[in-house]
Design a protein around this ligand. Sequence first.
Ligand code: QAP
Ligand code: CO
Length: 168
Amino acid sequence: MALLPILEFPDPRLRTVAKPVANVDDDIRKLVDDMFETMYEAPGIGLAASQVNVHKQVIVIDVSEERNEPLVFINPKIEVLDANLFDYEEGCLSIPGFYESVSRPEHVRVTALNRDGTEFTIEPEGLLAVCIQHEMDHLQGKLFVDYISNMKRQRIRKKLEKQHKAKA
Ligand code: QAP
Ligand code: CO
């Protein structure tokens, strides 16, 4: 297992659109294991492969208190079940230290492949529903700051750029 470096906003590589996984093989399972290690260590509740500069449709999530309910979503597809929206204060491992309220569909159905390559379908609720949508956005090169005002997004970008310069 290995910890993977996480790209931070406004890194343009976060804007890459991820490709579907053709075969859920041992290389993909190794990526999944490394992503879980990286997410748990951070600590975070969700991580998309895009964030570790691998542009494949792979997501890992664990929203449980005990951190013992790992979920893998490969090539996920989403269906919005009704028009109800849900507001949640979102964060992101690629935008450390910043949180903003985002409104998303509350009721969705997600179909994906698990780490064995078997298809499964869930109708997630609450935080899990929010997290899956947030992570699926990453696979399209989209970030939660794209939903807030340009002014707020610029302020976050400037603060992070300043931190990145100080570290370099
Ligand atoms: C996405 O985000 C998410 O700013 C996962 O300093 C978050 O795991 C979906 C984290 C909230 C829905 C709701 C963020 C860790 C972790 C930070 C994360 C930080 C350290 C974020
Ligand atoms: Co994120």
